[in-house]
Design a protein around this ligand. Structure first.
Ligand code: NAD
Length: 256
């Protein structure tokens, strides 16, 4: 896929899915801005993928903090002068707790990253794309943004919120030739699923993994690259008439 002369921001760039999106973009000659809370890890991704000062920028940011969000957008404009793509992807799974066990701190943590982080990312990226009269945004929701899962109320409901934000952003941006779409990954082989397996089944993470595997009609976890492929398509000009949509990448899980 060709992303030559395009500047794309990826949040959660050090994570499983983010890193594969960065790889795909870099292979397509994009200039990539890698945003993550974990600075060492984004630097390691830059090094592993052979990214240079000319074609990439690493910005440490906490997406739950508005100033931090504003800063990664400002730094992108200072260095590259435009934003063609935005992968609004950083997220956390939060605790595995029933509704009655949830604390205010749990709520603020998960909603701060998964909802506020996504919304404020849009708040600062959209005006630039609207001014350019071009751009493509992909928000990472989840199959958890379409269904309920016991003991994961904060994660599920925060990902439902991403779906609502996605629809509003798409409508506000459409007249400016800016497209906004979401992806809904199922169970994907990244650190996040390792965390979820050990949280939902303490001491029996392997059994939890086997149960998730079995629940997927394709009988396997997805690989982060398989999600990155769909995100890259949505970012690309090949998807020029696609907006306000959401794509499951889940081995048919949502159909169950
Ligand atoms: N792995 C799955 O099965 C799965 C399924 C559906 C949706 N998703 C979603 O995909 C996205 C990426 O997840 P992943 O599987 O790559 O997980 P991951 O845990 O591998 O990566 C998440 C990344 O987000 C970063 N991050 C966390 N808090 C942050 C913050 N406050 N500010 C900036 N960065 C922060 C982490 O440092 C990490 O690099 C998330 O939004 C997740 O909810 C994942």
């Amino acid at each position: 896929m060709n992303f030559e002369n395009k500047v794309v921001i990826v949040t959660g760039a050090a994570g499983g899915i983010g890193k594969e999106v960065v790889r795909k973009l870099a292979n397509g000659q994009a200039k990539v801005v890698l945003v993550d809370l974990n600075e060492d890890a984004i630097k390691a991704v830059q090094a592993e993928l052979g990214l240079t000062e000319e074609n990439s920028l690493a910005v440490k940011a906490d997406v739950s903090n508005e100033e931090s969000v504003k800063n990664y957008v400002t730094q992108t404009i200072s260095k590259f002068g435009r934003i063609d793509g935005f992968v609004n992807n950083a997220g956390v799974e939060g605790p595995a707790k029933t509704i009655e066990e949830i604390t205010e701190e749990d709520f603020n943590f998960v909603y701060g990253i998964n909802v506020k982080g996504v919304l404020f990312g849009l708040k600062y990226v959209l005006p630039i794309m609207k001014e350019q009269k071009s751009g493509s945004i992909v928000n990472t929701s989840s199959v958890a943004g379409l269904i309920g899962s016991p003991s994961m109320v904060l994660y599920n409901s925060s990902k439902h919120a991403v779906m609502g934000i996605n629809k509003v952003a798409a409508l506000e941006a459409a007249a400016f030739n800016v497209r906004v779409n979401a992806v809904n990954p199922g169970v994907i082989n990244t650190q996040m699923m390792r965390n979820i397996e050990s949280k939902v089944a303490p001491g029996a993470a392997e059994a939890a993994q086997a149960a998730y595997n079995d629940a997927v009609p394709m009988k396997r976890y997805g690989e982060p690259e398989e999600v990155a492929n769909v995100i890259a398509f949505l970012l690309s000009d090949e998807a020029s008439y696609v907006s306000s949509s959401s794509y499951t990448v889940d081995g048919a899980l949502y159909n169950v």
